[in-house]
Ligand binder design. Structure first.
Ligand SMILES: C[S@@+](CC[C@H](N)C(=O)[O-])C[C@H]1O[C@@H](n2cnc3c(N)ncnc32)[C@H](O)[C@@H]1O
Length: 479
């Protein structure tokens, strides 16, 4: 595959009927989410390396041929491909720009992933470090999923997918939104995004080429979703990974400017890396960026990674293609900027101007198998209720959310079991654990949402009640 093959022959997007026929053809040939997922899962279980999957997927079935072309980027002899997928579908893909001819046969110009009923296009992994590197379109990464699962699934008027890549977040929110604007500076990403949107029949997504917010100047949205090029790299090598501004300045820019594109009450969801720098922690720097933004902020961080480990982890991802000395160069570039460690964070802003805004920061690990948008939304209502004075707080009805579990460690004492320690665990999405006083834990069951807090709290002190709300172990009802 050459740059020309991929860049100068973009997919045909003018005729959306073409993309729909590709979708229909793929499904009728058995290229479904279930079949592709099962083939990949079965292979992983076999213990063989992913890279050898191509040797095992012999081109004897349509699914095997299509997976070689659109998952693995492994060529299949044209004759075998035609035999399996049929001449009509072969010609359709050719017209759409989905095949390229290489030594040894034909191969897909893109990866086509299918999740449930949604198709997503991206570039093959083997093109990432070649000529195409700058324009490489990433597929579904961990950051993609963490962000996707954080967005509250509720109706929206206008949503901005900023740095949209192949458009996954636009696709995800499309069924909940009247209009979605998806922007990226990489024209190849927009081309794949448009083709995929047509395949999925997402008629409410408009793709625009844009440097950050430039193509949406003067517009407002009730949600912004952004997984920017967030990696802190020594220099720009790719659009998908490097913001090109040094350190975490690209993330800072996105976050500082987000309120200007939000409607009052609107939310921005941003997943990015924030550095601790010159003695200031990631949280402190984030707070400084957003202190005057007129927004309430929830920041959920993973564990901080020291600068050398950070450089090593990213250099290792580039595998064999890494130049000697790259790790040292990378680590030194971070040190020169005064960066001690880096924290991957989900940052959610809610625009609330003219008010006394709050900032909440916590650590959690994120389970990307479930949408945790409601948990994020809960942080906002909990923090809002904490702004009430004690009198008003005690008339609020509170309950223990459904994802909270309590475990007690018991010991014997005088012939009976007594609780020695207690632990609260959040079991879905944002996963956390807290130690809690066993007596306080026992009292939690009284908060069932029917009683005012003042009546449910028994001997608990208001300070403890506030602490439980701040930790989202208790949530207000009916607010
Ligand atoms: C980490 S990828 C995210 C892609 C996709 N949203 C996802 O989560 O899978 C970052 C994206 O930002 C885009 N990008 C880089 N610099 C940009 C800029 N200045 N303005 C707009 N988009 C940019 C890249 O082309 C890439 O598609």
């Amino acid at each position: 595959m050459t740059l020309q093959d991929l860049m100068l022959a973009p997919l045909r997007v003018e005729d959306s009927g073409l993309a729909l026929r590709v979708r229909k053809g793929l499904l009728s040939l058995g290229y479904t989410g279930e079949a592709v997922g099962a083939a990949l899962a079965g292979f992983r279980q076999s213990g063989l390396g992913y890279e050898s999957l191509g040797d095992h997927l012999v081109p004897a079935t349509p699914l095997a041929c299509l997976m070689r072309a659109f998952v693995l980027g492994v060529p299949t002899a044209e004759e075998a491909m035609r035999q399996q997928v049929g001449n009509d579908f072969f010609a359709l893909c050719e017209t759409a720009g989905l095949w390229t001819r290489v030594d040894g046969g034909v191969v897909g110009t893109v990866v086509i992933m299918v999740d449930g009923k949604t198709f997503l296009l991206s570039d093959h992994g083997n093109a990432r470090l070649g000529e195409l590197a700058m324009y490489w379109v990433m597929g579904i990464g961990t950051s993609t999923m963490k962000l996707a699962c954080s967005v509250h699934q509720r109706p929206y008027e206008r949503v901005l997918d900023l740095c949209c890549g192949g458009g996954i977040h636009a696709y995800m929110v499309s069924p909940f939104a009247k209009q979605v604007v998806a922007v990226d500076r990489n024209p190849r990403a927009l081309n794949l995004g448009r083709f995929g949107a047509a395949m999925n029949k997402f008629g409410n997504i408009e793709f625009r080429e844009s440097d950050c917010y430039s193509a949406v100047a003067g517009e407002e949205f009730d949600a912004i979703i952004c997984n920017p090029p967030y990696v802190l790299t020594p220099d720009r090598q790719t659009y998908y990974r490097d913001g090109g501004m040094g350190g975490d300045r690209f993330a800072e820019k996105i976050l500082r400017e987000a309120p200007g594109y939000l409607r009052e009450g609107g939310f921005a969801y941003v997943m990015c890396d924030v550095a601790s720098m010159d003695g200031a922690s990631s949280e402190a720097r984030l707070q400084a960026w957003l202190g005057e933004a007129g927004c309430d902020v929830v920041a959920v961080g993973a564990k901080a990674v020291d600068a050398s480990t950070y450089a090593r982890n990213w250099v290792r991802k580039d595998g064999d293609a890494v130049k000697p000395g790259e790790e040292k160069r990378w680590a030194e570039s971070l040190r020169e900027l005064g960066i001690a460690s880096v924290t991957n964070m989900l940052i959610v802003l809610r625009k609330r101007t003219g008010a006394s805004n709050w900032f909440r920061s916590e650590t959690a690990s994120i389970d990307v198998r479930v949408n945790y948008g409601a948990q994020v939304a809960r942080r906002f209502v909990c923090q809002d209720v904490l702004q009430l004075d004690d009198g008003a707080l005690l008339t609020t009805r509170l309950r223990v959310p459904a994802d909270v579990r309590l475990s007690n460690t018991m010991r014997t004492d005088g012939g009976r079991w007594v609780a020695e320690s207690s632990k609260i665990t959040f079991v879905e999405g944002l996963q956390q654990e807290y130690s809690i006083d066993p007596q306080m834990a026992a009292g939690l069951a009284a908060f069932d949402g029917t009683k005012k807090a003042g009546d449910a709290m028994g001997k608990m002190r208001v300070g403890h009640l506030r602490h439980l709300i701040a930790s989202a172990v208790l949530e207000p009802v009916g607010i």
